[in-house]
Design a protein around this ligand. Structure first.
Ligand code: NDP
Ligand code: MG
Length: 382
């Protein structure tokens, strides 16, 4: 029996992870969870899974929270760190959304345990810190972002990445497939949130609509697989059935297929040398029609920014991520049009925010400064 600590349990990844755990109760126990403030979902999880520990990030929510069950309620960073390092925790699922997940992902990376990583923003913003600390502490990071999990599966049993010629990261194209940026000026928040293939949290859903998600994933892949950006191509594959493709030096290409369902990568990452049984929709191969097209020309600026982040590292990922998070937030709040998301990123990225030595603290200060700059850009264009 493996004990799981699920960080971001009330989110969309959290929900998929709970389903996988529920369908494999003989193998996995939900030991602890973290939430921000969604008390209703938290209560439901407690009733269904009886975790021993519940970490509530939001202070006022924590202070008001009442629970009759015998559960340890936690709130401050030291308690969270103790929970992550608790001797009975075997597996940590990092599924908090956005930069807010950086601190916990960093703590998890230092723990020497097995991490299932969904929180890509922490790798984009702090990859140069998180990966070295994980290596130093023998922390095993298994990606559950579907494309990265697919690459991970394609590479298993191979000679590391030594024989890799190319990796294609697939993208659905989101709700605005085949539309140019100039055609998207007036799209509404609801239209942008209406993803054709995946049901996810709102931040990543907007990232999928802008295709910035794929740019974040390019950076995530560079760090997780320790390969230069030139190995990765971004390709649109509207059906979201092939989750990525690895081509080897001998001309063989291997890919991983499943219907779009986050339970699949989560189940793979939880399993150890075998396959877990879960409920899934099978692919109807006889009626399958798979298509691919080039990453849109008018997103090449944003792709180039991501490639620059990969090549230069340091704080550039922090800046890119923070600029995007502000732009998405301002779009969701109705303050800027969809097409302005790109402009906020370009103009904030141009400001070249610098800091001294790379550390968790300096990443936080660069993030903070970038958010201020991005908000100034928003003000100037809104
Ligand atoms: P959601 O918005 O659905 O869930 C976010 C989770 O994080 C919730 O549990 C939320 O708690 C918690 N949270 C939010 N803010 C904070 C904070 N400041 N401190 C602590 N906890 C916080 O996001 P998703 O599940 O969609 O995404 C999670 C991560 O996984 C993201 O990094 C995303 O990019 C990645 N990912 C998601 C995929 C998906 O299919 N959804 C696919 C691939 C990657 P509360 O509910 O209490 O607010
Ligand atoms: Mg993905």
């Amino acid at each position: 029996m493996k004990n799981i600590l699920l960080l971001g349990a009330t989110g969309s990844i959290g929900k998929s992870a709970l389903k996988v755990i529920d369908q494999n109760r003989n193998d996995f126990n939900l030991f602890g969870i973290s939430i921000n403030n969604n008390v209703e979902k938290c209560n439901k999880i407690i009733n269904e899974f009886s975790p021993k520990y519940v970490f509530i990030h939001d202070k006022s929510c924590f202070q008001k929270y009442k629970i009759s069950k015998d559960i340890s309620l936690l709130n401050n960073d030291d308690e969270l760190d103790d929970l992550i390092n608790h001797k009975d925790v075997d597996i940590i699922i990092s599924a908090i959304s956005g930069f807010s997940g950086l601190k916990t992902t960093f703590m998890a990376a230092s723990s020497g345990k097995k991490i299932l990583l969904a929180n890509k923003e922490s790798v984009v913003a702090g990859g140069d810190i998180i990966l070295p600390i994980a290596n130093k502490n023998n922390t095993e990071i298994i990606p559950i972002d579907s494309e990265h999990n697919a690459i991970f599966q394609c590479l298993s049993g191979e000679n590391g990445t030594k024989d890799v010629k190319k990796i294609i990261i697939t993208a659905s194209g989101g709700p605005f497939l085949n539309k140019t940026i100039s055609e998207l000026k007036r799209v509404t928040v609801n239209e942008a949130l209406n993803h054709p293939n995946w049901k996810m949290g709102s931040k990543i859903t907007i990232d999928s609509a802008t295709l910035v998600n794929k740019c974040l994933e390019l950076i995530e892949a560079k760090y997780l697989f320790d390969l230069e950006e030139k190995f990765f191509d971004l390709v649109i594959h509207p059906q979201s059935i092939i989750h990525s493709i690895v081509t080897f030096l001998d001309g063989s290409s291997i890919c991983q297929l499943s219907m779009p369902d986050m339970k699949v990568p989560i189940a793979h990452a939880l399993s150890e040398g075998r396959r877990l049984a879960i409920d899934f929709n099978p692919i109807e191969f006889s009626s399958l029609n798979l298509s691919f097209q080039e990453f849109p020309e008018d997103r090449s600026n944003i792709e180039n920014i991501a490639r620059e982040v990969c090549n230069k590292g340091g704080f550039l990922g922090t800046v890119f991520n923070a600029a995007n998070e502000i732009a998405v937030e301002e779009f969701l709040n109705g303050r800027i049009n969809f097409d302005k998301i790109y402009e906020v990123i370009y103009r904030t990225f141009d400001k070249n925010i610098m800091s001294n030595d790379l550390s968790i603290d300096s990443i936080y200060s660069v993030d903070k400064e970038t958010r201020i700059e991005a908000k100034k850009v928003v003000k100037s264009i809104a």
